[in-house]
Design a protein. Structure first.
Length: 202
């Protein structure tokens, strides 16, 4: 189950070819696209260099995105390497997954209150109604969301918390230009190329 959320791309951010399927964005305008998406989303998550790893973290500013670095992953090893190219999206999937946002390990299920007379009442926290965004997800992350959908939306019983997040989700995917030796996209029935949602192919 999914409700599409449209974030319109202004014509000044695109190339001359305004084909609805493919819009070319100049690298110099990537910052403008970031803030266009950020302003539409209550929370925006994407790659960020933290404590020696490129993690999936909440983004507030464009300059938090890793530029000119890539990760090195082999069985039992992870490292970050600086590159001569000042380009984005050079890393593969890091140590965090979208599950920490869509199905966090800790969340409030209910709250209780006691009236002056001693009566106890229970209430459910308000469900999310704001747009949540992911910037630069890879194809394996998107396939992982499909698996979560199968468990929490399509198994006969729907999880209302997950459903409220899923119905207000914006995803911008990115193609992996340098998949790591530890990647597993083929086991997810996909490849390094982003094929769903709004995609950045670099």
């Amino acid at each position: 189950m999914q409700t599409e959320k449209n974030v319109e791309c202004p014509s000044h951010l695109a190339g001359h070819d305004m084909d609805p399927e493919h819009i070319t964005i100049r690298p110099s305008d990537l910052r403008s696209l970031f803030y266009l998406v950020k302003n539409e989303c209550k929370d925006l998550y994407g790659p960020q260099l933290k404590e020696g790893a490129i993690t999936l973290s909440r983004l507030e500013e464009y300059d938090q995105l890793p530029v000119g670095v890539r990760d090195s992953q082999t069985p039992g090893h992870y490292g970050v390497i600086k590159t001569e190219e000042m380009s984005h999206f050079n890393s593969a999937v890091g140590p965090h997954s979208v599950k920490k946002v869509l199905h966090p390990s800790n969340r409030q299920l209910w709250r209780s209150s006691k009236s002056p007379s001693g009566a106890i009442s229970f209430s459910e926290p308000a469900r999310n109604s704001s747009l949540i965004g992911f910037w630069g997800l890879r194809s394996c992350d998107v396939e992982a969301i499909k698996i979560l959908d199968g468990v929490f939306l399509e198994s006969g019983v729907q999880d209302p918390h997950y459903q409220s997040l899923r119905e207000n989700l914006f995803i911008l995917t990115a193609t992996c230009s340098e998949p790591s030796a530890a990647c597993f996209c083929t086991s997810m029935g996909h490849g390094p190329r982003a094929a769903m949602y709004l995609s950045l192919i670099h």
